[in-house]
Write a protein that binds this ligand. Sequence first.
Ligand code: ADP
Ligand code: MG
Length: 304
Amino acid sequence: MSIVIQSVTKLYGEQKALDNVSFDVKTGEIVAFLGPNGAGKSTMMKIITGFIPASSGSVFVNGIDASTENPEIKKCIGYLPENNPLYPEMYVREYLGFVASIYKSGNSVKKQIDEIIKVTGLTPEQKKKIGSLSKGFRQRVGLAQALIHNPSVLILDEPTAGLDPNQIVEIRNLIRDAGRDKTVLLSTHIMQEVEAICDRIIIIDKGVIVADEKKSNIYSIIKRQKQIIHVEFDKYTDKSGLLGILNVAKVQQINNTVWLVEAEGQEDIRPAIFTFAVNNNLKVLSLQKEESNLEEVFRHLTKG
Ligand code: ADP
Ligand code: MG
């Protein structure tokens, strides 16, 4: 187990930012840490990385208690904080040298810097001031500083926030490559990112964990509750007819010929819709189950 979080509560004055949070991250897992703004994601990440203490509970990273000042813990964690604070007046290479020297000294440092500049695609920008870089390249510098000491655990707080779609894909690929042999906890609001790179999804809302599932299971949270069929006929039909189909609970018209039909219970209602069409002289142009997506799961668990 790379990260173990046991009953962590965090109070900011009167406010409870984390309320008895517990979860583990297995070695090698890539876990998405999702939640609306203010849910407590950054707070949890700051506690894991030892930047702030928990009010109660405990956190272990690679078996080391995160609340102690043990420098070993900083060595095994790479952390990209929210908003990626950097020194705009420093040059890229100079900054990475500065970060590397915190962890190590000697000849191997130069090699480490060369390597990380290459891995993160910073070669053309390495002599520029950080302040002059585009947001995408600044994010690469942030990732480079998180990766430079080859940590086994990566904590990335919204690494693609504010990037354009091309930059998002580039950074995502970098994270995926870097994450191959690491344990990764990643917060994001981009659901495609989660679909593309994560194995498991933890959702937090108002300081409380509301879901912790393998990616393949998370959709069942909603599927268990309703079955929605998207159907298109060749011509208009009357709503009341559709409502008369056995087990149909609700019907919503999308346009003249397209409907969303919601069933009660788990029995597949597609055969009944088909029979309805035949009996009413309609042709079925398409008939498919609506797959619930991650966005829907997220909204379902965190609204209100
Ligand atoms: P997230 O990263 O999910 O958006 P945060 O962990 O940043 O959430 O914040 C959780 C809650 O704690 C929010 O209500 C936020 O306003 C509050 N909070 C965060 N940091 C502090 C702080 N230093 N002092 C007081 N309240 C804070
Ligand atoms: Mg945050």
